[in-house]
Design a protein around this ligand. Structure first.
Ligand code: ADP
Ligand code: MG
Ligand code: MG
Length: 475
């Protein structure tokens, strides 16, 4: 791919023009509500700023964009089927939960609700599959999955507004035809549709939706986009922390969940918007036991772990789950890179040796979310060196490193002067599905998200302050 920017080099170098576009872009971001609370005051909306974004859209190969959209329904189906296979999940996570407390807690809740019996047969899944464009042989980039997020897949709200900023920037620059080429993004509406549909299926007009939120709510405006869309459809949304749910929530004999704070506020449905996921295990258990529709339920949450992602790449696993759809198996497998387990024994020892020999070709990942947890290069070597022969190494997985061709763009971070930056992009595709008992009622590919970060950083998302929100310019 020769195109590294959506705009010509002379424009990128025109400081006067860029400065003008920056002013216009920042105001457009504020105007369109691309907002974030500040690091200093993450729980107050008294002082807010724009969320970091890129000045221009970044080039994305059109064929790979299409490929990512086309494979999303396959991933929805795969995740949903894996979530129903207790034997597979138990075996896949066995070694990890022995050494990783966090996953062990999740698994304990999973087992306990299974043993008790699950009261809700409607499943709502909202996930986001993330990809990079690997620069392989023949200079032809290929679509490679980084991970799939089954919990708190965020930025559909703010991401859907980035095209408005980019369109405006192109108009101010004097390129209305280019502006018209910028992709619309409807992720927020599609996801709202899915949530509203699940709410109707719950079958009570009075049921409320609870967003289970974290203590620090810097990214609240992204969540508000979803909340406001639901309110617009006359669906009541409450925001609650897990500890509040535990303290104030009541399960009746039918395991309907009620919130103390409002009369009649039966919880029809809750969405885990936590980033990182819930630490308050009692609250999570209460939610999980209830009749409320969970998004995600604990099984689907577990399917989103890095360990399960790795287990899915073993020979025969995709074929087992998608036995009725060999084309889906092909589409999915084409997006995989090498993923390796450190499980005890000779196989795991070989993986350690392989990573130690060429650390620059791999990424070491623990079972965590939200960016900034992975190790690369020298750091990987040191960490793995210290874990080497201990069972603790099973808390991690090893992944082949994807090496995209860089693009250039201006990353707009509050308070940081404009600087032309070499970056890599990561494309996310949202998927929404609803299953009732054995029937898929909805299986939807629900829009995209582009995030871009400086090549200076190997890891880190928007929430971690590294990546910015972007939009694709198809080339
Ligand atoms: P998280 O759940 O924390 O977002 P990810 O697996 O998405 O974990 O990793 C975080 C970031 O690390 C990604 O956004 C990407 O920038 C980088 N990264 C992860 N895996 C790879 C990989 N295989 N090759 C290159 N970069 C990667
Ligand atoms: Mg993740
Ligand atoms: Mg990620």
């Amino acid at each position: 791919m020769s195109v590294t920017s959506a705009v010509p080099e002379e424009i990128l170098q025109d400081t006067y023009l860029i400065q003008g576009l920056m002013v216009a872009a920042k105001d457009a971001a504020l105007y369109h509500g691309v907002l974030m609370r500040t690091v200093e005051d993450p729980n107050s909306s008294e002082m807010i700023n724009y969320a970091p974004f890129s000045l221009f859209p970044s080039p994305v190969p059109e064929n790979l964009f299409k490929e990512a959209m086309d494979v999303q329904k396959d991933f929805n189906l795969l995740i949903d089927r894996v979530s129903q296979d207790q034997e597979f999940l138990t075996k896949a996570l066995e070694s990890t939960i022995r050494v990783d407390d966090f996953t062990a807690h999740l698994f304990e809740i999973y087992k306990s609700v299974r043993d008790e019996g699950i009261r809700q047969n409607i499943i709502l899944g909202i996930n986001r599959s993330d990809y990079m464009f690997h620069n392989g042989q023949n200079d032809k980039p290929t679509l490679k999955q980084i991970e799939i997020n089954t919990i708190a897949a965020s930025f559909a709200g703010l991401g859907s507004r980035i095209p408005d900023i980019h369109r405006h920037v192109f108009q101010v620059w004097g390129k209305p035809e280019e502006a018209a080429k910028i992709l619309k993004c409807e992720a927020i509406y599609r996801i709202t549709d899915g949530i509203a549909k699940a709410w109707r299926m719950y079958g009570s007009e009075k049921a409320v939706i609870v967003f289970v939120v974290e203590n620090v709510a810097r990214n609240i405006f992204d969540q508000r986009c979803l909340e406001m869309e639901l309110w617009r459809r006359n669906i009541t949304v409450l925001r609650r922390k897990t500890e509040e749910i535990y303290q104030r929530g009541i399960l009746d004999t039918d395991r309907k969940l009620f919130m103390h704070s409002r009369v009649n506020s039966q919880v029809g449905h809750f969405l885990l918007r936590l980033f990182p996921p819930v630490q308050d295990w009692n609250g999570r258990l209460l939610l999980e036991r209830s009749r409320a529709i969970k998004c995600p339920d604990i099984a689907t949450h577990l399917v989103g772990t890095k360990k399960v992602q790795q287990e899915l790449t073993r020979p025969g696993v995709l074929e087992k789950f998608l036995y009725d759809n060999p084309e889906a198996v092909e589409r999915i497998r084409a997006t995989f890179v090498g993923l390796y387990s450190f499980d005890e024994g000779e196989e795991g020892d070989k993986v350690v040796a392989m990573a130690m020999a060429e650390p620059e070709h791999f990424v070491l990942k623990p079972q965590r979310e939200g960016g900034g947890n992975n190790s690369f290069g020298e750091e990987l070597k040191q960490l793995l060196g210290s874990l080497k022969d201990s069972p603790e190494r099973s808390a991690y997985i090893l992944m082949e490193k994807v090496t995209p061709l860089p693009v250039v763009n201006y990353l707009v971070h509050p308070g940081v002067p404009p600087k032309l930056t070499e970056c890599v992009t990561e494309l996310g595709i949202f998927g929404v599905y609803i299953r009732r008992c054995g029937n898929m009622v909805i299986n939807d590919c629900s829009g995209h998200l582009l995030r871009t970060k400086s090549t200076e950083f190997a890891d880190g998302g928007v929430a971690a302050g590294v990546a910015v929100l972007d939009s694709p310019y198809l080339v």
